[in-house]
Write a protein of this length. Structure first.
Lengths: 171, 129
């Protein structure tokens, strides 16, 4: 499958996002993740959330997963049965997951002196295909992380003009 | 103060996070109050401020972020002495320093385990031995 070319900064960001995802999986869910680089895949039945990392070279971070996997993760977060996770709560939970992943990645990049970002608030993805593929049809830069609870795909794409949180401080 | 007040206020734009933290608050025998942004938090304090023992405050939120809410709380004589713990993904050193200098008592970075949250709350409330 063709993939969008990836530059050094995107590679660095993806690495930090993977690390942030692994930390989240371990601390919040007590599961380990294994990584494969083939991030693109079927876009049917996806749930996802994205937020913007705002800087001179802003990027949109996109988290997607299939609905059953999303149900499992969010149910674990709020200690309820996966069948009892309503749509609104599901989207909120996935939004918080991408918030935590991106926040960790932001701190990792800042500590290495690499890049500094400001975070937007998360928002649901509206276009599942656009979350994983560019208009050219090539797969967007992403990483697939497998867990016992299911598979997550974390990726980056050009920003879609997501609003920043109110009065975000510098740094 | 904290031993005489019965509520803990959680401020986070994520409903899921409010629920997670509220469970931890209840496990310590306190009643959870919630707000979805800094502006709502200030409204809650207007309503119930004299019964709030602790404020758990996210940073990145719409309408009014946690840092601005923290400064507003500390500028108000009625709420200044309520201890505040930042609970946020903003874990960079300069943000932690800024929050502490603005009056936050503790800082807990997301993600956290339930145990970490409870322990840190107990420390902030003065319940830890």
């Amino acid at each position: 499958m063709n993939s969008e070319p990836i530059n050094h900064e995107e590679e660095q960001l993806l690495g930090a996002l993977v690390e942030g995802t692994m930390v989240m999986l371990s601390m919040m869910f007590g599961v380990d993740g294994s990584l494969s680089e083939d991030g693109a895949g079927p876009e049917d039945g996806l749930v996802g959330s994205s937020l913007c990392l705002e800087s001179q070279a802003s990027k949109e971070v996109v988290l997607t997963l299939d609905r059953p996997t999303a149900n499992l993760f969010v149910a674990s977060m709020v200690a309820c049965d996966p069948d009892d996770v309503a749509d609104e709560l599901l989207q909120d939970g996935v939004g918080e997951m991408v918030n935590i992943i991106a926040g960790n990645a932001k701190a990792i990049l800042a500590s290495s002196g690499a890049q500094h970002f400001r975070l937007s608030v998360p928002r649901p993805i509206e276009d599942a295909r656009g979350a994983r593929y560019a208009e050219t049809g090539a797969a967007l830069p992403s990483r697939r992380i497998h867990t016992d609870m299911g598979t997550l795909v974390i990726g980056v794409r050009p920003p879609l003009g997501a609003p920043l949180a109110a009065g975000v401080p510098a740094g | 103060m904290s031993t005489q007040r019965s509520c803990v206020l959680t401020v986070d734009d994520s409903n899921v996070m409010r629920r997670i933290i509220s469970d931890a608050i209840e496990s310590l025998g306190y009643k959870p109050l919630t707000a979805a942004n800094g502006r709502e938090a200030l409204d809650r304090l207007e309503e119930r401020g004299d019964d709030v023992a602790l404020i758990l405050l996210d940073w990145n939120m719409p309408v009014m972020n946690g840092f601005e809410a923290l400064k507003a709380m500390k500028a108000d004589d009625r709420f200044r002495d309520i201890p505040v713990m930042m609970v946020t993904t903003e874990s960079e050193r300069e943000n932690i320093i800024a929050a502490i200098q603005a009056g936050a008592k503790h800082y807990l970075a997301k993600p956290f385990t339930s145990q970490d949250l409870v322990i840190r709350m107990m420390e902030t409330l003065g319940l830890a031995t």
